[in-house]
Design a protein around this ligand. Structure first.
Ligand code: SF4
Length: 237
């Protein structure tokens, strides 16, 4: 049975922190995380399938409807200026997010939203979010999905024009950098960050070493996954 969702509720997988933002330009900053349920993609290498994959998880057991006011109360009770909204695909609940984000901004918190870049943010969301970490899925990571499902030009154009987006690509090999460069050129995506795929410190480190020089040669930024280096694939870190 689906959990009933009141108009003021968000469908949440988990809240955690303070921890650190592990990826991208804010890497290392103290942060809280609010992870929302549901996704509109089905990436085989997804590291949070419990937010969307009903074939492997009991989503009813994973999901908690939580009122925006309760999430706000929790976040404001923690010692962290940065609040990261992640998923799943959090923009699937973007209208429900507005009261929470408005309360956080009013209290002086900085908000990052992590998104796969397939859903255009509303103007109100664009006002409230300091940074969108947009992660379009490459053919390898998003294997089994058509390009037209993974890449939505209108949504990417909105993010690119916002001045509030960074574009983060998850790579397995340097050969995928040409695909990143094509996307960046086609849709004016900048700045571009490249991150190695991996759920263990060993996998991340090995791929980072192989990717580092080619990423720099392409003119892109490089990020690791700090939380994986520190805590492996522990959930809620
Ligand atoms: S877009 Fe993100 S959350 Fe959704 S399936 Fe892909 S990796 Fe998982």
């Amino acid at each position: 049975m689906r959990p009933s969702l009141a108009p003021e509720d968000l469908l949440v997988a988990e809240t955690f922190g303070p921890t650190v933002q592990g990826e991208g330009p804010s890497s290392g900053q103290r942060a809280l995380f609010i992870r929302l349920m549901r996704c509109n993609l089905i990436c085989p290498a997804c590291d949070t399938p419990y937010t969307w994959d009903a074939t492997r998880f009991d989503l009813t057991a994973q999901a908690r409807p939580i009122a925006a006011a309760q999430l706000l109360w929790w976040a404001l009770g923690q010692d962290a200026e940065l609040v990261v909204i992640t998923g799943g695909e959090p923009l699937m609940q973007q209208r429900r997010l507005v009261p929470l984000l408005a309360g956080l901004v009013q209290a002086g918190r900085r908000i990052e939203v992590e998104t796969n870049g397939t859903i255009s943010p509303t103007p109100r969301l664009l006002e409230l979010v300091a940074q969108f970490n947009v992660s379009p899925k490459l053919a390898g990571f998003g294997a089994g999905m058509s390009a037209s499902r993974r890449i939505k030009p209108d949504a990417l154009a909105t993010f690119a024009a916002s001045g509030r987006a960074i574009f983060k690509f998850v790579l397995r090999t340097p050969a995928e950098l040409d695909e990143v460069a094509d996307l960046a050129r086609s849709y004016d995506l900048a700045p571009v960050w490249v991150m190695p795929e991996g759920a263990t410190a060993a996998a991340i480190t090995e791929r980072l070493r192989v990717l580092a020089d080619p990423v720099i040669a392409h003119g892109f930024h490089l990020t690791t996954r700090l939380h994986v280096l520190a805590w492996g694939d522990q959930r809620g870190r």
